[in-house]
Design a protein around this ligand. Sequence first.
Ligand code: GRF
Length: 221
Amino acid sequence: MLKIGVLASGRGSNFQAVMDAIKDGRIKNAAIALLVTDKPDAYAIERARANAIPFVYLAPRDYPTKDAYFEKIARELAERGVGLVLLAGFMRIVRRPLLDAFPWKVMNIHPALLPSFPGLHGQRQAADYGVKISGCTVHFVDEGMDTGPIIIQAAVPVRHDDTEESLSERILEHEHRIYPEAVRLFAEGRLEVQGKKVVIKGFRSDEAALVNPPLENFYLS
Ligand code: GRF
């Protein structure tokens, strides 16, 4: 049984998506063992309560250094036998003590097609830039800002009149599909990090390409 620890600072809809996938059997042999939050009013706490998942609020200011804070988080997770850590809207850069305790066992979801638009407001950056396709990325976490090996991505067409809000809403739907899928692949032992690449055992590409705007009109006229 894979025990999962989740780190969240806010709404926790990705946390919910993973819980739902475990509940309905899409992810087998896994359970969420602990929610850690750095915000006492994070809505993710309500979700943990509603699903009888233990949670702990750890205030960063109670620790002398950032490393000490992440050492504490690592201890809490290790004590509960956690084998996979999910960042789900956790608004801090993870430090070495946590990464060393869970080598290539910390995942994050980012609302853009990395390596484009890392950092905060990935959706706003994409909408402002004028790209025609953005999306979301699940990746293993390294010390950088959204730089770790990529596990899975979903491409989402961008409209010329998209705002940060409208694009975020459409990307979020796909976040909720690909994060549980990445967890499932991990739980089934199918992910292997080789340098910057994640090799997925048993993967076959269907080679479908997303084109935005679509080509249909051109061929019809
Ligand atoms: C998501 O857009 C995620 O990609 C980003 O932070 C947001 C968290 O949303 N890292 P939620 O808390 O999971 O609802």
